[in-house]
Design a protein. Sequence first.
Length: 137
Amino acid sequence: MRVQKYQCSFTNCIAEANHSSAALVNILANNFPCFNDVVRFENRKSVRFLKRAQICVADVWAAFDGEGFGHFDDIEKITMFADYRVPQMLNTLGCLWYSPLLDNAIRHKKLIETGCSWEIQLRGLPYGFHHHVRSSC
């Protein structure tokens, strides 16, 4: 069905988004499972990271210098991408401290399972940090 809907052309997804980066992220997440990065946090709330979809949109914007296929009227709606590297860097710089249990697990190179509470918190931290920095400026 998706093949028929977009006729095997990514440009049709871009056209459907009508110059909206947020719409294109949602089109990708809603129509292509590999872009639908949603997890349940502590069995209570669904958290939408949508990292791949946002990176895809940001890459299109950058590849076309914000013009043509890369023209989005709301590119500022693309957020910082959920990743463990930002908390890692902030911890190294002394701007962020892990709980003793998490710190111990990281120092001993213990596997942090995909979807577990620690992993979701580590991935989500950049969003809160990004929001805090933006609102402080």
